[in-house]
Design a protein around this ligand. Structure first.
Ligand code: ADP
Ligand code: UDP
Length: 252
């Protein structure tokens, strides 16, 4: 097979040029990183699970009319997506207090928030992804005021859909991060949900037991990350009958 053109290699994924202009192939790696790349491990099977889970969530969004970059899954580790002009922000929605919100405002982890909060962080590893205000976004031209309003709406719609989906399988969606990109249609920009939606980018707690089923398992060394992600995939019925083999199995 001809070598594909590498566009970008990040911490968790690789982007290759897609088969048609305006498309990309997103390859999901097994690498897990935390604390701005300070902790790094290879978690066998993580890429396969995130590829499948991200497909599932992006399709769920598309089914209720929320535009996403997802076109189709190509194989266990790759999906075809629409190339977007990425807005350099991480858009976080929070339903319960956790992570940086508890650290910043001294709240107890798990406190239910009076309403979902939408926050913006500048996507810049060298600065540690600092939180930014809408004022900064508009003033520095990362997005227009109209796009900021659209991003808030989009993020809240995504929150409604995902919260319901997770609740249906006994999981609380505590918070999550999405990345949003622009695509151009007849010279007009349209915002779409891009990147990935997976347990890497969400906080997911089992409603009954409180068990953490997301990347905090890795961040705080709470157990086997692949087991937690497999449990999420299992609840949505996404596992083949025998689960994803962690290691290639030798068939005699
Ligand atoms: P990071 O860059 O934070 O290390 P990843 O390893 O997940 O993260 O890399 C994926 C990169 O691809 C991110 O920089 C993300 O913004 C970018 N990206 C995701 N979806 C698209 C898309 N549809 N078009 C263009 N770029 C995308
Ligand atoms: N998040 C993410 N990528 C990041 C930062 C945060 O996917 O670079 C997700 C994180 O998994 C959580 C939500 O965004 O679901 C809010 O994260 P928070 O601001 O609490 O940061 P953290 O405590 O992880 O530093």
């Amino acid at each position: 097979m001809a070598r594909r053109k590498l566009i970008y290699e990040g911490k968790a994924k690789i982007l290759y040029e897609g088969p048609e202009p305006g498309t990309l192939i997103q390859y999901f790696k097994d690498d897990a990183t935390a604390f701005n790349g300070e902790r790094h491990e290879v978690v066998e099977g993580k890429g396969v699970l995130n590829n499948r889970l991200s497909e599932f969530f992006m399709l769920a969004l598309a089914n209720v009319g929320i535009p996403t970059h997802f076109i189709r899954r190509l194989n266990m580790r790759e999906q075809l997506v629409r190339e977007a002009e990425m807005i350099p922000l991480e858009v976080v929605v929070r339903n319960f207090a956790a992570g940086s919100l508890t650290r910043r405002l001294g709240m107890d982890e798990g406190t239910q928030l009076p309403r979902p909060l939408v926050e913006f962080y500048l996507k810049d590893d060298s600065l540690g992804d600092p939180i930014v205000a809408e004022e900064h976004i508009a003033a520095f031209g990362w997005a227009s005021q109209q796009e900021i309003d659209e991003m808030v709406n989009l993020a809240l719609r995504v929150n409604d859909v995902l919260s319901g989906l997770f609740f249906g399988v006994g999981i609380r969606l505590v918070d999550f991060k999405i990345e949003i990109g622009r695509i151009w249609e007849n010279d007009y920009p349209r915002l779409i949900v891009a990147d990935e939606i997976s347990p890497d980018s969400c906080r997911l707690w089992d409603i009954r037991t409180g068990r953490k089923l997301d990347k905090d398992v890795f961040r705080h060394e709470l157990g086997d990350l692949a087991d937690a992600y497999t449990e999420v995939a299992r609840r949505f019925g996404l596992l083949p009958a025998n689960g994803f083999p962690k290691r290639p199995t030798l068939v005699n």
